[in-house]
Ligand binder design. Structure first.
Ligand SMILES: *[C@@H]1O[C@H](CO)[C@@H](O)[C@H](O)[C@H]1NC(C)=O
Ligand SMILES: *[C@@H]1O[C@H](CO)[C@@H](O)[C@H](O)[C@H]1NC(C)=O
Ligand SMILES: *[C@@H]1O[C@H](CO)[C@@H](O)[C@H](O)[C@H]1NC(C)=O
Length: 395
């Protein structure tokens, strides 16, 4: 009898310790860099990945078109690119409607058959990372994309991506206000030239995952107000529409296959913010906010992004709709932005947005006009699961 009791206790004790070990293992070895995506969002992402996965079809049509063009051109016709990308070839006819093509040689414009084509001119300036189209309004698109050549006809290899470039391409100008900033005032934290370069590398990287970032927060304010990056801000801010989120972007960073590194992640995909920095090069953090859309009770659509305070409070910032998107020049680099920057900036920084607020006097969860507090509270165990930090912190 005695022996049996003893054995029972032993079994009980060992199962308790195994249980405790398991719990603490989960607690201490939990890989919180893995993005938590629930079923609803997984389906949205899968649908989108199928949608962006276009390739060049309708080669017979392109071969026919190639015979009609005597000088090198880029195919930019949105309608044709959509049919090619979706392999809807029976809708494509050579003489149906004029097909838009573009060239960077003014002379060549005279050698394009205007019964078939509508030629546009673009400038390819070596000092800029975009092509500038002489349309009304002016349009710019990133330079960095692949084409497939059919004779003289260059066709964007990723038709979906190229259509997105074009959709966002209307060029808008910054306000270029003069800032009477005291030179001796605040510590300079960012080099605008180097930071803008790293931002362009991140833009190109995100494009490879079919994510199309728009500038936001301090980066939007700096571009619009001063046509540069505010030197006393400490990081860059961009938004990506959450439906565009591609989990491979994070997986490749986690597995060291990316030129950027994941420094921080806050929240699950249903309210998420990431922070990344270049693996090599100028060290600058960029906050990538997922941008969500929601219909208000009054029927108005708004955008919101998520923030997380250290004590487990989830907050959010609401904005008027960022969409539609336009393009802008930031120190020679293309950035995408809302087409109505002043509206968004006033909502966040108030009517006196054109006055400089030193970063030291700025609180990201108290100064902004558009913060909503107490969205959700997380316990410390939950926080551990939905937050991740690696090599993150300001010096
Ligand atoms: C993309 O399309 C190709 C064939 O067109 C297919 O083999 C591939 O699995 C697709 N990828 C995704 C992510 O849907
Ligand atoms: C902003 O204005 C300054 C001074 O008037 C000018 O030198 C500069 O080129 C302008 N910047 C942009 C991007 O327009
Ligand atoms: C910044 O904060 C300091 C101390 O709180 C205050 O004395 C100063 O007036 C503030 N400056 C501005 C521009 O708000």
């Amino acid at each position: 009898m005695r022996l049996k009791k003893h054995r029972l206790l032993l079994i009980l004790a060992s199962s308790i310790s195994i249980f405790l070990f398991f719990i603490s293992y989960q607690y201490y070895f939990y890989d919180s860099s893995v993005i938590l995506i629930d079923e609803k969002w997984r389906r949205i992402i899968e649908k989108r990945q199928a949608e962006v996965n276009e390739s060049i079809g309708c080669v017979d049509f392109l071969k026919k078109l190639e015979e009609k063009i005597k000088v090198p051109v880029l195919l930019i016709d949105m309608n044709v690119l959509e049919n090619i990308g979706k392999h809807k070839c029976d809708q494509l006819k050579v003489y149906d409607t004029l097909i838009q093509v573009a060239t960077d040689s003014r002379k060549d414009l005279n050698f394009i058959d205007r019964h078939i084509f509508e030629p546009l001119f673009f400038e390819n300036n070596e000092l800029r990372d975009y092509l500038e189209f002489a349309t009304h309004p002016k349009r710019i698109i990133p330079k960095n994309f692949d084409t497939v050549k059919y004779g003289n006809l260059a066709v964007p290899r990723k038709p979906f991506r190229f259509r997105k470039f074009w959709e966002n391409s209307r060029l808008i100008e910054c306000a270029n206000r003069t800032m009477n900033r005291k030179e001796t005032g605040e510590k300079k934290r960012l080099d605008p030239i180097l930071a803008a370069f790293e931002l362009s590398r991140l833009r190109d990287l995100l494009i490879r995952y079919d994510m199309f970032p728009v500038i936001s927060e301090g980066t939007l304010l700096g571009w619009y107000r001063e046509c540069t990056i505010i030197p006393h801000t400490q990081d860059l801010d961009i938004h990506v529409i959450v439906e565009e989120f591609n989990p491979r972007f994070v997986d490749d960073m986690r597995e060291g296959r990316s030129i950027f590194k994941l420094n921080r992640r806050l929240g699950k995909l249903d309210a998420m913010e990431l922070t990344v920095s270049p693996r090599n090069g100028y060290r600058v953090y960029t906050d990538i906010f997922m941008m969500y859309q929601e219909k208000q009770k009054n029927g108005e659509d708004i955008n919101w992004i998520s923030g997380m305070c250290g004590d487990g409070e989830r907050i959010r910032y609401r904005f008027p709709l960022f969409y539609p998107f336009c393009s802008a020049d930031l120190l020679g680099h293309l950035v995408w932005t809302t087409c109505d920057p002043e509206r968004i900036i006033k909502e966040e920084y108030g009517e006196k947005w054109f006055e400089d607020v030193p970063t030291n006097n700025y609180s990201w969860f108290e100064s902004d006009k558009n913060v909503e507090r107490n969205m959700e509270w997380f316990s410390s165990w939950e926080m551990r699961k939905i937050t991740f930090q690696d090599d993150y912190g300001y010096h």
